[in-house]
Structure formats: C-alpha cells, structure tokens
Design a protein around this ligand. Sequence first.
Ligand code: SF4
Length: 345
Amino acid sequence: MAGANKPFMPQLIYFEPRALEYPLGKELFDRFSKLEVEIRETTSHNQIRDLPGDNDFQKYRTAKSTLVVGIRKTLKFDSSKPSAEYAIPLATGCMGHCHYCYLQTTLGSKPYLRTYVNTDEIFAQAEKYMKERAPEVTRFEASCTSDIVGIDHLTHNLKRAIEFFGATDLGRLRFTTKYHHVDHLLDANHQGRTRFRFSVNSQYVIKNFELGTSPLEERINAAIRVAEAGYPLGFIVAPLYLHKDWEEGYKELFDTLEAKIPKHLTKDLTFELIQHRFTKPAKRVIEKNYPKSKLEMNEEERKYKWGRYGIGKYVYQDDQATRLRETVENYIHTMFPSAKIEYFT
Ligand code: SF4
C-alpha cells in the first residue's frame, strides 16, 4: 500500500438509527446516500459484527475502510498526559496502516472508524471540565483515538471543535496528524487556541511502517499552509526508532524541515518526542495484521515499564533512549533555536 494522496473515502458505512436524530447525522446520511457506497444500519457503533471478509486479515482491512456514524454515549473524557489534560472524543479509529500504531493496543478487535454526531454534548462536557479547572487553562487532545484530520473532510467535526475552543477563554485544542488534507480548516476561526501538529519521521520509518498516510513532503507543505493561516504549529516525532543509520535518517528529516519551513513561521514552534514502545497485546495484533512487518519488537532487548491498566510497555534501554534524545534534541537546538521541546517520553 502506497501513501495516501487522495482524501479518505469509506468503502462501507454504518449508521446508528439514532444518529439521524441529530442534524449532522442527517446531513451525513444525505451526503453519503448520493455516493456509490453501501450504507447499512447498526444498533450500536460498538458492535459491528458483519464486516465482509473471509478471515481476520481481510476483515481488518475492510474495517479500516469502514465508517460508522454514531452517538458518543460515554462523555467522561480520558486523561491525556503529557500533551494535554483531557482527550476529547470526536472520532475513533484510523484508515492509516502504521504498523506501530497505538490504536493496536487501544482498539484491538474494533479497528473500524467511528465518528460522533452529538458534538454539542461533547462540547458541553468540555465546558464542564474547563469550569472545574478555571482559572487554569485546560488543554484538550483530539487525536488520542484517531487521526482526526484524516477523516475530518467528511464531517467537519474538528473544524467545529476548533471554532468552539476559539470562542473560549480557557480552552486549548491540540491534535496531531499524518495527513495533508487540511484546506477546509484554514479559514476556521481558531483565535490561536488550537495547536496544529504534524507527525513526522525519517524516510526509513515512513516508508516501512507508515503505509496509507501522506508523504512527508505533503505533510510539510500542509504544515506551512496551516502556520500561514495563523495556527500555532508543532511537530511530533513519533516513534523515534533505532533503525540502521538512524542518526543520518533523523538529520535528513530536520534538514528538510529547516530548508522548507520559512523562518518567520518558526517563532512559536513546538516539538514532541516519543521513543518507540510496544505492549505485548499490541505486538500480537501487529504480527497478525502485518505479518511481513520489519518492525523490531524484541522484548529481551528492551526495558520494561509498568503502564496503565496493568499493560506494561517495552521502551528502549536507558542508554539508547538517552542517545536518541540527545541526538534529536541537538538537531532541534541547532536548526530551530527558538523552538520549544515540550517533552521526550
Ligand atoms: Fe495510527 Fe496515526 Fe497511523 Fe492512523 S495515522 S494508523 S492513528 S499512527
């Protein structure tokens, strides 16, 4: 599977009947009904059992191109450290095929995409959280459960969220993406309260592990358009991965960023750095869904870290992590001296 140059279009769509009681649900139903795509009904967005495919491998691929339009019932937001206080649920699932994706752990058997039409209820909940923390600012992360930008051209939920937070005093929105389909977001009334981040990596990682996402060059071009539209800009380098010649690979990445991004757009730039990690359940899912993957997941070579819900993760050994961190931070300090490195984890 090559990179994604065209915006995502689902091959199969499900609707929860109650989604049609919401204006957005009705609008999406009318729009999708005009396309040549099959629409089915489902009682709940959590129970799609009749996905086409002869085996799990095929069903997984079908799921990644299936969109379910439903209602978000759980309005309790998860926490989202270290990038924000809360995860705001606008959608779940992603059409990308990144082998290392964290959704392998969190979504497991339900990899299909879900979008929610009760955005007003979701925003009302965000409002409550902001009130609880006032006068502190509250940050909401919109990409904990999906690549929200990659599907937003279909629903404009993210655009609504950007404008909702733009109208608050104490709310901030953030999200990260590997897609370049950002044009509908450029005129959103963001008021500088949304930080738009792009996930970038070495060519080795993109080519081998980030299938079905936008090419690096397109991500960078989109980042420039977004920054020119006045959004605070950030890059997230995740996962930082120790591949052959990784130092050169990451140097090339930062050289490219430095060469392409106009200087005046780098004054308020942030970087987030996340080393590669995996969990045992994710490893099983990855080996099943991407049996030929070159992704290295050898528990014996890694350091074990206790994690949430008893699911521990395997990260690099301390000396390897330190080298990764120092090397990449050094590139950033040299090439983007006024940028802020928010964290390395
Ligand atoms: Fe996962 Fe992000 Fe890749 Fe989508 S783009 S598969 S959310 S890592």
